[in-house]
Design a protein around this ligand. Structure first.
Ligand code: HXC
Length: 520
C-alpha cells in the first residue's frame, strides 16, 4: 500500500475533526430535536442560504471553562454556528444556536463567536441574522456568560440603523437573553416550539401565584397578538426561514446601500377601479384598508409585520415599480382605525426603520382620532402618540400621504400631514379633513342653539349639514393648499408611482446634534 504523505495524513485528520464537529450533539440529540418538530441549526442554514454558499467561521472554537465539570465536556462549535453566505444572491451574516450542543447555552466563547460575526456584518455592511435556540446563559460558566450577552446587546445597539438585524426565535429564550432579539429590528417566532419571557411559569407562580403555560406566557401567538414583541408568528421552522428570506428581499444591505429592486411586471400607471367603490356610503362603516394597499402594490403583494397586533394600524412593505415602499395606514376595518397606544408604537417603529434604511413612506389616513378613555390616558397615549409625531417629523425619506376618508383632529396631524413633513398630500373625494366629525363638532359648538331650538332635531340636522359642507370634504383643505391634490381613488397607484419617481433624489438634512430625544 502506498504510504500517505504527511500532508495527506494531516488533511485526513483535519477532515475527521471537522466531520465530528459538524455532527453537532450527535444522532440521539438530533433525533430529539426532530421529534420536537424542529430543524437543527445546520439544517436551518441549509434552507436559509443558496446552495453551497455558506462559509462557516470559527468552527474549531472551544469553551475554556473548567467549572462544574465543563473541563470534561466537549461542546461542538461551542453550541453556535456562525458565518456568512448568499441569500437569493445577497450576502448575509448569521449566528445559529445549536440546541443539540449543550442546549445552545451561551458561554464566553459562544458569545465571542457571535460578536465576531456581528463585527464582520458591520464591517462588510451586510444584514445580520440570529437564529436563536438556546437554554440561555451557560449556568456553569457564571459571569463570563452574562458578559457575553452584554457584548451582544452593545453590538446590537451600535449596529442599529446601520445594517438590518433580524432574530428568529426557534426554541427557548429566557431571562435577559430576550433582549438581543428585542434590540434587533425584526423578531420572528415559530408557533408551539419557541417562547420568550423574562421569567418563566415557575418563577411567576412562586412570586405572584399566577399559573400560566410556557406557550400562553411567551409563545409566538402571545407575542404576536398581545405584546407585539413578535413581528412574524410562523407555522414551523421552514415557514419561519422562508418568511425571513422574503423580508430580507425588501431590505437594503445597509443604510448606505441602494434599495433592492426587482424587475417590475406591473404597470406603474395601472388604474385601480376597484378603489372607486371601496368607501362605504355610511361614514360609520368600516372597510379593510389592506385591500387599498394591495390594489396599489406591484402585483398586489403586501408583506405585513405585526399582522395580528394593533390591527387598527396596518404597516407593510410593498413594492412600486419594483422598489420597496413602507406603508403606514389606519385600518377602519378594526376599531374604526383609531389611534391608540399600540397603534402609535407599531407605526412609529416601522417609520423609523424605513427612514433609517431609506425606504420611502406612503401613508393612508382614515382616522377618527385618538382613542378616548382612562385606559388609554393612563397607558400614556400622550407620550406614545408623540412618538408618531416624532418619527414622521424626523424621517427624511420621501413621504406621501393619501387621505381616503376621515382625517380628524390631532390624528390628522399624526398621520403625516403636510406640516409634519409630508412631501405631498393627496385626498380622495370622500376625504373629511376636520377638527372632528360634524355631529361631535355641533354638539360642542351649538349645544345652546340646538337645545333652545323649537325643533332641536331639525336644528341639529341643519347645523351638522352646514359643518359637513364646510369641512367634511377635501376641498376646504385643497383651497388653502394644505393638501396638494384631490384624486380619484382609481388614480392612486399612478400618482404614487409618479411621486416616487419625482422624489428619487430627495435629500434632506437635519440640525447637527448628537441625537434626537424621541419620547420613548
Ligand atoms: C448550561 C444548559 C442550559 C444552560 C440547557 N442546558 N440550558 N446548560 N446552561 N442555561 C443543557 C442541559 O443541561 C442539557 O445538557 C442540554 O442543554 C439540553 O437541555 P435539557 O434540559 O435536556 O432540554 P429540555 O428538556 O428540552 O429543556 C430545555 C430548557 C431547560 C427548558 C431550556 O434546559 C432549561 O430550563 N434550561 C435552563 C434555562 C434557564 O434558566 N437559563 C438561564 C436563563 S437566565 P446535556 O449535557 O444533558 O445534554 C439567562 C440570563 C441571561 O439566560 C442574562 C443576559 C443579560
Amino acid at each position: 500500500m502506498e504510504k500517505k504523505s504527511l500532508t495527506q495524513q494531516k488533511i485526513e485528520a483535519f477532515e475527521a475533526r471537522r466531520s465530528a464537529l459538524l455532527a453537532m450533539g450527535g444522532e440521539a440529540l438530533v433525533k430529539k430535536q426532530h421529534d420536537l418538530g424542529k430543524l437543527t441549526a445546520r439544517e436551518r442554514l441549509d434552507r436559509f442560504f443558496d446552495k453551497g454558499t455558506f462559509q462557516e467561521s470559527q468552527l474549531f472554537v472551544k469553551h475554556r471553562s473548567t467549572l462544574f465539570g465543563l473541563d470534561k465536556k466537549e461542546i461542538n462549535a461551542d453550541g453556535v454556528v456562525t458565518g456568512f453566505g448568499q441569500v437569493n444572491g445577497r450576502t448575509v451574516f448569521v449566528a445559529a444556536q445549536d440546541f443539540t450542543s449543550s442546549g445552545g447555552s451561551l458561554g464566553e466563547m459562544h458569545a465571542k463567536k457571535i460578536w465576531k460575526v456581528m463585527d464582520m456584518a458591520v464591517d462588510a455592511r451586510k444584514p445580520f441574522v440570529a437564529l436563536n435556540d438556546s437554554g440561555g446563559a451557560r449556568i456553569q460558566e457564571g459571569v463570563p456568560a452574562l458578559d457575553g450577552y452584554g457584548g451582544i446587546f452593545y453590538r446590537n445597539t451600535i449596529a442599529s440603523g446601520y445594517i438590518p438585524q433580524i432574530t428568529a426565535i426557534m426554541g427557548p429564550t429566557a431571562g435577559g437573553a430576550v433582549y438581543s432579539p428585542a434590540l434587533t429590528d425584526w423578531v420572528f417566532m415559530v408557533k408551539k416550539s419557541s417562547y420568550m419571557y423574562i421569567t418563566g411559569p415557575d418563577v411567576i407562580k412562586a412570586v405572584i401565584g399566577e399559573e400560566v403555560t410556557h406557550d400562553d406566557l411567551g409563545g409566538a401567538v402571545a407575542h404576536a397578538t398581545k405584546s407585539g414583541v413578535c413581528h412574524f408568528a410562523t407555522e414551523n421552522d421552514e415557514d419561519c426561514i422562508d418568511k425571513l428570506k422574503f423580508l430580507l428581499s425588501f431590505l437594503p444591505d445597509s443604510c448606505h446601500s441602494p434599495l433592492p429592486t426587482v424587475p417590475c411586471t406591473d404597470a406603474p400607471d395601472r388604474l385601480c377601479p376597484e378603489l372607486d367603490g371601496i368607501i362605504p356610503d355610511r361614514g360609520t362603516r368600516g372597510y379593510n384598508m389592506r385591500k387599498v394597499v394591495e390594489a396599489v402594490a406591484d402585483n398586489g403583494i403586501v408583506f405585513e409585520p405585526h399582522e395580528l397586533w394593533a390591527k387598527n394600524m396596518l404597516v407593510a412593505f410593498i413594492r412600486i415599480m419594483g422598489k420597496p415602499v413602507g406603508v403606514i395606514a389606519n385600518n377602519p376595518g378594526f376599531g374604526a382605525g383609531v389611534l391608540d397606544v399600540n397603534a402609535s408604537d407599531k407605526a412609529s417603529r416601522f417609520i423609523r426603520f424605513c427612514d433609517a434604511f431609506n425606504i420611502p413612506l406612503l401613508t393612508f389616513a382614515d382616522v377618527p382620532g385618538y382613542m378616548p378613555g382612562t385606559n388609554q390616558e393612563w397607558s400614556g397615549i400622550i407620550s406614545h402618540g408623540a412618538k408618531l409625531l416624532h418619527a414622521y417629523s424626523e424621517a427624511t425619506v420621501p413621504k406621501f400621504t393619501v387621505v381616503t376618508r376621515k382625517d380628524y383632529g390631532g390624528a390628522y396631524i399624526g398621520m403625516c400631514s403636510k406640516l409634519l413633513g409630508a412631501d405631498y398630500v393627496m385626498a380622495w373625494p370622500s376625504a373629511e379633513i376636520a377638527v372632528m366629525g360634524a355631529e361631535g363638532a355641533c354638539n360642542i359648538v351649538y349645544r345652546r342653539e340646538i337645545s333652545s331650538a323649537e325643533d332641536p332635531a331639525a336644528k341639529r340636522k341643519e347645523l351638522v349639514q352646514a359643518y359637513e359642507t364646510q369641512f367634511n370634504n377635501p376641498y376646504f383643505a385643497a383651497s388653502m393648499g394644505i393638501i396638494e391634490e384631490v384624486i380619484a381613488p382609481r388614480e392612486t397607484r399612478q400618482r404614487v408611482a409618479m411621486l416616487l419617481n419625482a422624489y428619487q433624489g430627495k435629500v434632506q438634512t437635519r440640525l447637527e446634534k448628537k441625537h434626537n430625544n424621541i419620547p420613548l
